[in-house]
Design a protein around this ligand. Structure first.
Ligand code: URA
Ligand code: CA
Length: 434
């Protein structure tokens, strides 16, 4: 087989065989296929697309390019959740304890990464003592015992995707549905999931800016998962404004605690109940989505979700007393209100710009080397559709530096107020189950 022939075949719009796709991914991972040929290939895919079969083959070839996590020692159906990313997305922190309380095993492998706030691990590390440096067998034991554990990324997972994603980044080929879908799905499958619930975001703060694109990506991922024997479904949810109120690491831990106690923001609670119902149903811990939702509401009301969260924190060295005393989480030195300059309805809270403001406070990493400040961030006081009076707080800013004029300006520029009544945006645009 010659790479040049395969580039030509795809360039001319033909379908590649399974063996041809395996040849490309293996050769690229091992370095026998150079970047310049792979660049030409990804550009051909960008314009010609890939069939369902090709997408499934590409995904599995990337899964097989490196280590695969074996979770077979964990009892039950391992359902993983993946979000395509957003601002102040606190769902993972809530969903873990929530579904674990119903016996769904959550074996979460997580990273840190770049972004407006830290990743799940950074957020959890806001709890004093909490750590994810645990051995694999300890991880498995904890999931069997508490149904929930989080471990840092280790091993050599999907090296083909790592290399390919970096190449796409500099060759204008990131934005291709078959390439994005196979990239995301390969990582989930290599991490050992039996079933996958996807939260595909749409809006200003999302990777997919329009609903059309989000639907297309969701359908592509659901098809890949189901074609390779992992039950997969997707929820399409709004990310035009940040999710919940809190954007920041310790602040989101507190928000997760509030939500697990039944006192969380409406949108975050609703999204967690929706995603959680699908996780519980796919894990076969309920016979219908309605039953799953009722059971989730029950574990919030009777306090068992909070209890699961405490046990989980304690098992990984964390101080469980933060659940009853959130003031023991890291606190910022300055807490400042951003006052509305006029009366009216909040009409826009541009998610990605608000996220950037949180990052400028130190809540997230701009580069791999940046240090995260776990205490800082933003807490929205109003969401789209809310009425605000002049002088009332729009946002509470938690900062460790005194001069926040620039950040205030950025927030004012990206929170718009209208005289006319504005409806709250739709939270869930749809679900794709097959
Ligand atoms: N996220 C991924 O993991 N891969 C892509 O290709 C795009 C977004
Ligand atoms: Ca939030």
């Amino acid at each position: 087989m010659r790479m040049v022939d395969l580039i030509e075949k795809k360039r001319d719009g033909h379908e590649l065989t399974t063996e041809e796709i395996q040849f490309i991914i293996k050769g690229y991972t091992e370095g026998t296929i150079p970047d310049y040929q792979m660049s030409a290939f990804t550009m051909a895919v960008f314009f010609q697309g890939m069939t369902e079969r090709e997408r499934a083959d590409l995904t599995m070839a990337m899964v097989e390019s490196g280590d695969q996590i074996d979770l077979s020692a964990i009892e039950g159906i391992k359902v993983d959740k993946h979000s395509t990313g957003g601002v102040g997305d606190t769902t993972t922190l809530v969903l873990g304890p929530l579904v674990a309380s119903l016996g769904v095993p959550v074996a979460k492998m997580s990273g840190r990464g770049l972004g407006h706030t830290g990743g799940t691990i950074d957020k959890l590390e806001a709890v004093p003592g909490f750590h994810v440096e645990i051995e694999n067998d300890e991880f498995i034991r904890l999931v069997n015992e508490n149904k929930l554990a989080v471990i840092g990324q280790s091993g050599n997972l999907t090296p083909a995707d790592k290399k390919l994603y970096a190449l796409r980044d500099v060759t204008a080929t990131v934005n291709s549905i078959p390439l994005i879908a196979s990239s995301i799905m390969s990582k989930k499958i290599a991490a050992g999931a039996n079933a996958i619930v996807l939260d595909v975001k749409t809006g200003a703060g999302a990777f997919m800016k329009t609903l059309e694109e989000a639907k297309e990506l969701a359908q592509a991922m659901v098809n890949i998962g189901n074609n390779v024997g992992r039950k997969t479904m997707a929820v399409i949810s709004d990310m035009s404004q940040p999710l919940g109120y809190a954007i920041g690491n310790a602040l989101e831990v507190k928000e997760a605690i509030d939500t697990l106690s039944g006192k969380g923001p409406k949108d975050l609670t609703e999204l967690c109940l929706t995603l959680g119902s699908h996780m519980v149903y796919l894990a076969e811990k309920a016979d219908s989505l309605e039953e799953a939702r009722q059971k989730l509401q029950q574990v919030i009301e009777d306090g068992s979700a909070l209890e699961t969260f405490k046990k989980f924190l304690q098992a990984q060295g964390g101080d469980p007393s933060v659940v009853d005393h959130p003031e023991r989480l890291p606190q910022a030195k300055y807490v400042v209100e951003l006052e509305a300059k006029e009366d009216g309805y909040v009409s826009e809270i541009v998610a990605d710009e608000i996220g950037t403001a949180a990052m400028l406070l130190g809540a997230g990493r701009a580069t791999k080397e940046s240090q995260i400040d776990l205490a800082v961030g933003l807490v929205l006081r109003k969401k789209i559709g809310d009425y605000v009076q002049k002088g009332e707080s729009l946002v509470t800013i938690h900062s460790n530096f005194e001069d926040i004029e620039q950040i205030k300006q950025k927030l004012y520029n990206n929170i718009r107020i209208s005289k006319e009544k504005v409806e709250a945006p739709t939270l869930i645009y749809g679900e794709i189950t097959e």
